[in-house]
Every structure is written in structure tokens, then in C-alpha cells.
Design a protein around this ligand. Structure first.
Ligand code: SAH
Length: 217
């Protein structure tokens, strides 16, 4: 079996470091996680390309650069608890698990969640809690979280997620229309929401009680 080490190094140098991601811990995590194990077999040779890829159920694994930028924005410390909404392939989950003490990941499509769970367990991660359900409501049991990452596009910041964000915590979430969003950094300072709009992006829709309805309403 190929280990794709060279492809991973090239990905980090040309797509991620060259575009301004400087957090060494993030770069090292991206060098360690075998992205080719998170894409369907027919896309294995494209796993390190500069693009999102389909993972089934109409969903996608995010572009490597997007994963790196969103992770860097969270400024994760080793002692942090992080909540991820939208497990998908589990690739972003692995990067988070390399950096945080605990990752709670929530996915609404059970088949995707179970596949990701199997992969991440086989890779040896023991600091991830897997939840099937509506992530727009967060996961109260482990709150508060120092970091929250949403990897699907939301019409607005779900109030439940903001509530579960720790004081001084950071949330990264694409906010906007069904097919086009603005990557947004949300911080909680003295209980208040401070929002910073970063750049345009395109994610699959966040579907749930505090997100979109199935039909885009
Ligand atoms: N980080 C993932 C991205 C997957 S795409 C990766 O790189 O592989 C976004 C995922 O969010 C999809 O799998 C979709 O099913 C999921 N999703 C959408 N709405 C959700 C919700 N309310 N709760 C949990 N997951 C949701």
C-alpha cells in the first residue's frame, strides 16, 4: 500500500503554507493524517489535489486548504474540547483530534458517521466522541467548548452553538445563502458575540432545526 508521504508534503507546501497558513501544529497535523484513506477508492489518486471531492450521500470532503484555514482560526490548545458539526468523511475530525484533548463530532447522516467512526478508530484515535443527530443543536453534555467548527453552510449562527461556546472561545462557520457563504469567525467575549467575516466559500447546506430545512426554506 502506498503511503503518499510525498504527495502530503507537496500538498502542505504548495496549497497550504504557500497560501499563508503558518501555525506549525496545524501544518504538522496535515502532514500526519493520511487523507487518501478518507476519500472513496475511486478518488484515491486525487486525495491530495487542491479540491473538495464527493464522499457519497451528496456530501463532500472539504478542500485541504479550507480544512487548514478553519483549523488555524480555531487556535486550538492541547487542553481544549472542540465540537465539530458535519463529520462527513472524518478527515477534519482527525486533524482536530491531533490538536485537541477531546473532539465531539456530530453528523446527521448515520452511514457517513459510522464509516468515519470506523476509519478513525482503525487509525487509533481515542479522543473522539461520535454522535448521530442534528448538530445545529450542538451537544450539551460536553459543553462548554473552547472551539466549535461547522463544516456546512448555515443561514445564521445557530443560537444553541453560541450558547455552548465557552467564554473566550472561537467558532468558525460558513454563514450565508444556500449555495454561497462567508466564512465567519465568531468569538464570545463577556457573553457577547463578536463576528468577523473572512472570505467567500461554498459548503453543502447545514440542515436542521437551527439551520436550513431540507428544501432550502
Ligand atoms: N468536514 C467534512 C465535511 C463534510 S460536508 C469533511 O471534510 O469530510 C458537511 C457534512 O455536514 C455532511 O456530511 C452533512 O451531512 C453534514 N450536516 C449537514 N447538516 C448537518 C446537521 N444539522 N448536523 C450534523 N451534520 C450535518
Amino acid at each position: 500500500m502506498r503511503d503518499y508521504k510525498y504527495e502530503r508534503e507537496r500538498m502542505v507546501e504548495t496549497q497550504i503554507r504557500a497560501r499563508g497558513v503558518r501555525d506549525e501544529r496545524v501544518l504538522q497535523a496535515m502532514l500526519r493524517v493520511p487523507r487518501h484513506l478518507f476519500v472513496p477508492p475511486e478518488f484515491e489518486d486525487m486525495a491530495y489535489a487542491d479540491t473538495p471531492l464527493p464522499i457519497g450521500e451528496g456530501q463532500t470532503i472539504s478542500q485541504p486548504y479550507m480544512v487548514a484555514v478553519m483549523t488555524e482560526l480555531l487556535e486550538i490548545k492541547e487542553t481544549d474540547k472542540v465540537l465539530e458539526i458535519g463529520t462527513g468523511s472524518g478527515y477534519q475530525t482527525a486533524i482536530l483530534a491531533e490538536l485537541a484533548s477531546l473532539v465531539v463530532t456530530v453528523e446527521r447522516i448515520e452511514t457517513l458517521l459510522r464509516k468515519a467512526e470506523r476509519r478513525l478508530t482503525e487509525l487509533g484515535y481515542t479522543n473522539i466522541i461520535f454522535i448521530v443527530g442534528d448538530g445545529t443543536l450542538g451537544w450539551k453534555k460536553e459543553a462548554p467548548y473552547q472551539g466549535i467548527i461547522v463544516t456546512a453552510g448555515a443561514p445564521e449562527v445557530p443560537p444553541s452553538l453560541f450558547e455552548q461556546l465557552d467564554e473566550g472561545g472561537r467558532m468558525v462557520i460558513p454563514v450565508g445563502a444556500w449555495g454561497y457563504q462567508t466564512l465567519t469567525l465568531v468569538r464570545k467575549e463577556n457573553g457577547r458575540m463578536i463576528k468577523e467575516e473572512l472570505f467567500g466559500c461554498t459548503f453543502v447546506p447545514l440542515i436542521g432545526k437551527e439551520g436550513w430545512k431540507e428544501n432550502g426554506a
